[in-house]
Design a protein around this ligand. Structure first.
Ligand SMILES: [Zn+2]
Length: 486
């Protein structure tokens, strides 16, 4: 294995290729605190922090999905929804055919044997184009005026058909110029179904529930976290969430070591036995340099969901360490920065993050905007006050986010603007300042206060929820030890 420079786990080419703007390598620093000079040597600030892609040639670590445990979870966990009620649609056949069969099965639910003998219905798909209404769509498809009128008159449940959007599609079966059957997908789980039964149209909403199955994965790191996570067959979004969960405790660029390991319980979403995506991480463990970090997802009775340590402390801090994703630092906090030419003190009281123009900038914590506008040198700028002691500043924005003005409340992670180069800047970057009691602090090293712990009135419920999750993490870590000994 060749270690090259700063070894960001997310810098591996295979991963980066999937991220918008990830290939950006431009430089941008600000001239705040310096004189605006032609010929400014921006390379001085960048010399030691050039990132390079991690090159790994080591074989991937031993990892495993654990189906046995997954089955165990599926029967025990509250988080797993009941299996889909309608299993008749789960046959692996082309969609159109399956729908027709489903239709026949439903129309003649009382006589399923007879249904097998009927001819399959001919479904047509009608795409909603710009300017279409339900009536114009139906007319274009050769239905009579009476046909769509008959459908609309079925009652309030067909109201959705009068609010079609461009890109929607309807599936219809024609009986001459009238409707024999019509399907319209209302949302992921529900389809509006119109059927002609004994000469009259009837309408109902067909529900195809999303089932959440809990699955687990374990992995041991030999070279990079990302390759170990891939080997464990974790989807990219789960890999990123997992890293985000522990990002407050573990610096994934610097702290990862050979032999570090992780275990994760997460949800997969299924519809009709078909996987349609992933859900949430329910619990996870990361062992870094021999120290175990664990977290569990918990929703309290007020509907507030967060990740906590097993003893109920928040996993996150009141502030994000960095208000932009997937960027690199192009100039560090330096109260004694010497001007490269004048050799006088020109302090840099923030951190510069080089990023492509338009990259979203997030509020690093919950707070209230106290300034949103243009400041000399800083360009388009937002200042946010977080409680009594803290404030943050975001400068050189290309544009302020919609509605971002003085007095506006913002949440941690909320987009407040985009990266640009307004004011004194050599290229697009975010200049970020962090103040405690009015004094500038280094945003990269300042001790960040913890976010709110579990509320005392939810403590008992939280513990009841967390205990089985921790037992599963115990079981997973034993599995992992066994695997590593093989
Ligand atoms: Zn700066």
């Amino acid at each position: 294995m060749r270690r090259t420079g700063k070894n960001h786990w997310h810098d591996e080419p295979g991963f980066l290729g999937k991220l918008p703007g990830a290939v950006y390598v431009g430089a941008g620093i600000c001239l705040i605190g310096t004189a605006m000079l032609v010929g400014w040597n921006q390379g001085n600030d960048d010399a030691e922090i050039t990132t390079t892609a991690a090159v790994t040639t080591t074989p991937a670590p031993q990892t495993s999905q654990e189906p046995l445990l997954a089955n165990l979870f599926a029967t025990n966990t509250k988080a797993v929804a009941k299996p889909a009620a309608n299993s008749s649609t789960s046959k692996a056949k082309p969609v159109e055919r399956a729908s027709a069969e489903e239709l026949i099965a439903q129309i003649s639910a009382s006589a399923p044997v007879e249904a097998e003998e009927r001819a399959p219905l001919l479904w047509e798909t009608l795409k909603v184009k710009s300017g279409d209404s339900f009536s114009s769509l139906m007319e274009r498809a050769g239905f009579s005026t009476q046909a769509w009128y008959e459908v609309v008159n079925l009652g309030s449940s067909t109201k959705a058909l009068t609010q079609l959007r461009v890109g929607d599609s309807l599936k219809v079966v024609k009986d001459e110029d009238r409707v024999a059957a019509l399907d319209y997908q209302l949302n992921v789980e529900n389809t509006l179904q119109v059927r002609r039964e004994n000469g009259t149209l009837v309408v109902k909403t067909h529900n195809t529930p999303i089932e959440r199955r809990t699955v687990s994965a374990v992995g041991t790191i030999e070279s990079a976290f990302y390759s170990a996570a891939q080997k464990a067959k974790l989807p990219d979004n789960i890999i990123m969430e997992l890293a985000d969960l522990f990002a407050w405790d573990i610096n994934f660029a610097l702290d990862i070591r050979y032999g570090d390991s992780f275990s994760v319980l997460y949800e997969e979403k299924y519809q009709n036995d078909k996987k349609i995506g992933t859900g949430n991480i329910l619990a996870a463990e990361f062992v870094n340099k021999g120290k175990s970090y664990r977290t569990v997802r918990y929703s309290d009775a007020n509907g507030k969901t967060n990740y906590y340590t097993p003893d109920g402390r928040s996993m996150r801090r009141a502030f994000l360490r960095s208000p932009v994703h997937f960027t690199r630092i192009s100039s560090r906090f330096n109260p004694n920065r010497l001007h490269p030419i004048f050799k006088t003190k020109r302090p840099h009281r923030g951190v510069d993050y080089a990023a492509p123009r338009g990259t979203p900038i997030m509020s690093s914590g919950d707070g209230v905007i106290t300034f949103a506008g243009t400041k000399t040198g800083y360009g388009k700028t937002v200042i946010i006050k977080h409680g009594e002691r803290y404030s943050t500043l975001y400068a050189h924005m290309n544009s302020l986010g919609k509605g971002m003005r003085r007095g506006k409340r913002v949440k941690q992670g909320q987009t407040i603007g985009t990266v640009g180069s307004t004011g004194w800047a050599t290229g697009p970057h975010l200049h970020y300042e962090f103040r405690v009691d009015g004094a500038h602090r280094n945003p990269l090293t300042v001790k960040l206060p913890l976010a709110e712990p579990i509320k005392s009135r939810f403590r008992a419920d939280f513990e009841a929820h967390a205990a089985p999750m921790m037992a599963w993490l115990d079981a997973l870590s034993q599995t992992q030890v066994a695997l590593n000994q093989q």
